[in-house]
Design a protein around this ligand. Sequence first.
Ligand code: C5P
Length: 230
Amino acid sequence: MSTAAIIPAAGLGLRLGGETPKAFREVGGDSLLVHAVRGLKAASAADLVCLVVAVPPGSEESVVKELGPYVEGVELLVVAGGAERSDSVAAALAVVPVEGIDCVLVHDAARAFVPVDAIERVVAAVRAGAAAVVPALPVTDTIKQIGPGGEVVGTPDRSTLVAVQTPQGFDPEVLRRAHAAGVVGATDDAMLCERLGVTVVTVEGSTDAFKVTRPQDLLLAEALLAERRA
Ligand code: C5P
């Protein structure tokens, strides 16, 4: 059986600054989106057959051209994204083929450097029967819950917390049901599944799967690439 991957890449990335939408910012000569696509393609155990990318409306054609050389043997579909990340994922999910796909990965262009082994752990867990899978790492900061005035109202036990990453993996039918039910303000797709009562399984993530969000993350990305290319 085979995997389809969705990459929402329609965000503006305001926290990163600059004129170019985040997914199209370059690191080491390639856009974050190209790095993300290369990573998914390199995860050979995932058996990627279809890739759907959600992009800023109007840039569909140029993205088809940009990604062409990196998706040999994979069906590439490019759709216009929406106002929120979950709208972009929903637009992409609507064109994922129903037949022959046993796993749908939902990735972020911004997590462009996730290593192959982390991707393959997610796919393996879905194929082993999990309906929803997230790569996760323990949190290293102490996390506080705050009230409306910024005052601390609680400190959750850190040993029970993890930070989750992408790609997140899903049974295709469960992901479709989760998006059909919809939740306003969902920041990831696993959250939509949780609201349905679906058990979300964690697998080990990777520090390389950090999300490029702020300008210093670009420096980290350059350093990581230089190390990988050395
Ligand atoms: O903004 P944030 O870093 O949370 O975005 C995560 C991913 O979701 C990025 O790859 C971004 O391009 C994508 N996104 C999207 N459509 C939006 C907002 C974000 O595809 N409306």
